[in-house]
Design a protein around this ligand. Structure first.
Ligand code: PLP
Length: 451
């Protein structure tokens, strides 16, 4: 096997099937190989430097190659690289990270369960909710409410919650009982002339009508991202989340906040549910939890949720669920140090302070002939491209033009993500004012080159 570095390109084409990639195009053009990261920048195999405008995949809060995380991983790796978390075994990093997560998240969340990824976490949420309702003697209460354009992962259950055709086509999903409600994005989904308040009222009516039509005794949970990320960065209309919470309480439906992207300061508050004023029964975190240096996700739950699950484990003899590497000690040690850095360097405060510079800088592109809408909050944003600003008509085929902008941005030395027609922006939380200005300048040049 030839693995010389100058042939890495060919070796990749020969041996890897990449996620979220057109395999036939990849066979022709091969990979962009990133060899090094430093702070907000990464470098490719040719030595070209890029500002990472998406923080990896919405995740590298503390920037690339943070020496404290390297040290925390190395120390834990040499002391205790692995021990199971099953069957009453525990390890200090897992215990201390759970304590820290309970301290950092909203007060009413009191217990933690670890998985390796956001998808596994949401799969676990589905199973826990079903498990609970079986314990409570209501086996019919199993359906989930989710939203069109929501993203909750790609496993059988989490991929069913996801409301994006691209993740379901060809995979026979959804495969669990889920009802997708209208995407809460005013620009795209409001009726002609409908105000934001009217839009919220319509969405809440739709949610309640759906609950009643399906039968509240069959609806177990509502899951949503406070700010929708991978579906195109959509911020909810005013009053949406408190209204959803009220419906969940009225019909005894668990409320799940998927904060895999939103968590740890991304939206300007520590958690998205705090930005939008609601109190979830279950909160899911990953990504910025370890800055994605190690695979880890954590599910936080209320005492009420925990007590039902705990009772059932007593009745059945065990919790028949868990992942070999879920809550791996090295991942947890990295998570603790990562959260220490976020706290000591006040990175959540930095995100809140720099939000306006990023958001108003991006809104200056609203006049650009290609830009239909600029949206976002904190340090997450979306720039939606349109063929016609007046009618909001998109380019065909969907995503082609945004892909072109992303390609030009890369040539300018900026990594961003094209999501259908939208450019997703989500820089590391350590970004500085000067680096935000650099991001805006490079994006501006990429937009100008697009048409
Ligand atoms: N939930 C949300 C909100 C996400 O954005 C993602 C990933 O982008 C996931 C779940 C799935 O996480 P993972 O890719 O770690 O499985």
């Amino acid at each position: 096997m030839n693995t010389r570095s100058n042939s890495l390109h060919e070796t990749d084409i020969a041996y890897q099937l990449h996620p979220y990639t057109n395999a036939r195009v990849h066979e022709e053009q091969g990979p962009m190989i990133i060899t090094k990261g430093d702070g907000c920048y990464v470098y490719d195999s040719e030595g070209k430097k890029y500002l990472e405008g998406l923080a990896g995949l919405w995740s590298v809060a503390v920037g690339f190659s943070q020496p404290r995380l390297v040290e925390a991983a190395a120390k834990q790796m040499s002391e205790l690289p692995y021990i199971q978390n099953f069957a009453h075994k525990a390890h200090a990093p897992g215990i201390l990270l759970a304590e820290k997560l309970v301290e950092m998240t909203p007060e009413h969340l009191t217990k933690v369960f670890y998985t390796n990824s956001g998808s596994e976490a949401n799969d676990t949420v589905v199973k826990f909710v079903w498990f609970m309702n079986n314990m409570l003697g209501r086996p019919k209460k199993k359906k989930f409410l989710a939203r069109n354009k929501g993203y909750h992962g790609i496993t059988i259950a989490s991929g069913s919650l996801t409301g994006l055709p691209g993740n379901q086509r060809g995979f026979d999903l959804p495969a669990i009982p889920v009802v997708h409600l209208t995407c809460p994005h005013h620009y795209r989904w409001a009726h002609e002339g409908e105000s934001e308040t009217e839009f919220t009222a319509r969405l809440l009516k739709e949610a309640e009508d759906t609950i009643l039509a399906e039968d509240p005794d069959t609806i177990a949970a509502f899951i949503g991202e406070p700010v929708m990320g991978a579906g195109g960065v959509m911020t909810p209309p005013e009053g949406y989340w408190p209204g959803i919470e009220a419906l969940c309480r009225k019909y005894d439906i668990l409320l799940v906040s998927d904060e895999v992207i939103n968590g740890f300061g991304r939206t300007g508050q520590p958690f998205g549910c705090q930005t939008y004023g609601f109190t979830p029964d279950i909160l899911v975190t990953s990504k910025q939890l370890t800055s994605s240096y190690m695979p880890l996700a954590a599910i936080l739950m209320t005492d009420a949720v925990y007590q039902v699950i705990a009772d059932y484990t007593a009745e059945l003899g065990t919790l028949g669920h868990g992942f070999t590497a879920g809550g791996n000690p090295v991942a947890c040690a990295v998570g603790i140090e990562n959260l220490n850095i976020i706290q000591e360097e006040d990175l959540m405060g930095n995100a809140a302070r720099l939000a306006d510079r990023l958001q108003s800088g991006l809104r200056a592109f609203s006049d650009h002939s290609l830009v239909g809408e600029v949206r976002g909050i904190g340090l997450i944003a979306g720039v939606e491209l349109v063929r016609d600003k007046a009618t909001k008509a998109s380019f065909e085929p969907a995503g082609k033009i945004a892909a072109m902008t992303a390609k030009f941005a890369a040539e300018e030395g900026l990594i961003i993500r094209n999501i259908y027609e939208t450019i997703g922006i989500c820089p590391p939380l350590i970004i500085t004012e000067a680096q935000i200005d650099e991001l805006l300048e490079k994006l501006g040049r990429a937009l100008d080159r697009t048409l």
